[in-house]
Design a protein around this ligand. Structure first.
Ligand code: NDP
Ligand code: 8X3
Length: 251
C-alpha cells in the first residue's frame, strides 16, 4: 500500500489531498499544528485507510526530524511527500509590513519546507522508483504583484529548490514537482488578513476560484504518473484569473 506524508493537512489543499489519497487507498501521515483538526481527520479517514496524525510545526527542525525518523514501519517506505504547509501574511506594501510577518513566512514556507524535505529524503530514497516530492509553490513565485513581497519570494525559492533537488536526485527515481496554483478558495486569505472573514469572502465573491479539491486532484495525478515521467512545474489558475498590465507611476 503506497503512503503519503502531507504537511498542513488540517485545512485547504492538504485536507483535500488527504481525502483524495484516502479514496485511492493510500496510507496517510497527516501533520499540522491544530490537534483537534487532526483528530477529526483521523476519525473521518481511518475508516478507509491507515492514518497516522502528528501535531507538528514545520518550523521546528528538531521536532520534524524526531517525528519523521520515528515513523512506524507500517507507514514505510514512503511513496510521496507533499510539502504543503505554508502561508502568506501582510497583504500591505513592504514599507508597512511588520518584520515579524516576513520572518514567519520565511520560517514556514522556506525553512519549514527544507526541514521536512531533509528529514524525509532518506525514506523516499528507500522506495525511490516512482516516489515523489510535491512542493506547493504559487503563481506568486513567478509573477510579481503589490503586497506579494516575501510571500512571492518564498515561493520563488520553492521553485528553484525543486529544480535543484531534481538535479541531485537524478538517477534515484525520485520525482520533484513545483505545483504552482493561482487563486484558490481555502483559509489562505483568512490567514493572510489575520482573520478578516469579510476580506476573505470579498476576494472570492463574484468569480470562480480554484477549489481545494482541484488542487488535490492535481496532486494525486502527479503522484500516480508512470514512474518515468517528471513534471517539473505545474502552474494552474482559474479560467477567470489572468495577469494584468504593468503599473505606471504618472505625474
Ligand atoms: P490554508 O490556510 O487553508 O492551509 C494551510 C495549511 O498549512 C494548514 O493546514 C496549516 O495548518 C498549515 N500550516 C501553516 N503554518 C504551519 C506551520 N508552521 N507548521 C505546520 N503547518 C502549518 O491554505 P491553503 O490550503 O490554500 O495553502 C496550502 C499551500 O498552498 C500553502 O503553501 C500556500 O502558500 C499554497 N498556495 C495557496 C494558494 C491559494 O490561493 N489558496 C495558491 C497557491 C499556493 P495548522 O494551522 O493547523 O498548522
Ligand atoms: C496564492 C495565490 O495569487 O494570492 O499563492 O498569490 S496568490
Amino acid at each position: 500500500m503506497p503512503s503519503v506524508l502531507i504537511t498542513g493537512a488540517t485545512s485547504g489543499f492538504g485536507k483535500a489531498a488527504a481525502q483524495r489519497f484516502a479514496k485511492a487507498g493510500w496510507s496517510l501521515i497527516l501533520t499540522g499544528r491544530r490537534q483537534e483538526r487532526l483528530d477529526a481527520l483521523e476519525k473521518e479517514l481511518s475508516q478507509q485507510v491507515p492514518v497516522l496524525t502528528i501535531a507538528l510545526d514545520v518550523r521546528d527542525s528538531d521536532a520534524v526530524t524526531a517525528a519523521i525518523s520515528g515513523l512506524p514501519e507500517a507507514f514505510l517506505p514512503l511513496t510521496c511527500l507533499i510539502n504543503n504547509a505554508g502561508l502568506a501574511l501582510a497583504p500591505e506594501p513592504s514599507q508597512k509590513v511588520a518584520l515579524e510577518d516576513w520572518h514567519t513566512m520565511i520560517d514556514t514556507n522556506i525553512t519549514g519546507l527544507v526541514n521536512v524535505t531533509h528529514a524525509t529524503l532518506p525514506l523516499l530514497l528507500k522506495n525511490s522508483e516512482g516516489a515523489s516530492i510535491l512542493n506547493l509553490g504559487s503563481v506568486a513565485g513567478q509573477w510579481p504583484y503589490p503586497g506579494g513581497h516575501v510571500y512571492g519570494a518564498s515561493k520563488a525559492f520553492v521553485q528553484q529548490f525543486s529544480y535543484n533537488l531534481r538535479c541531485d536526485l537524478l538517477g534515484t527515481g525520485v520525482r520533484v514537482t513545483d505545483l504552482a496554483p493561482g487563486m484558490a478558495e481555502t483559509e489562505f486569505t483568512l490567514v493572510r488578513t489575520k482573520g478578516n472573514q469579510e476580506a476573505s469572502e470579498a476576494l472570492y465573491r463574484g468569480t470562480t476560484p480554484l477549489q481545494a479539491e482541484d488542487i488535490a486532484e492535481q496532486l494525486f495525478y502527479l503522484a500516480t504518473l508512470p514512474p518515468h515521467i517528471n513534471i517539473n512545474r505545474l502552474e494552474i489558475m482559474p479560467v477567470r484569473q489572468a495577469w494584468s498590465a504593468f503599473a505606471i507611476d504618472r505625474d
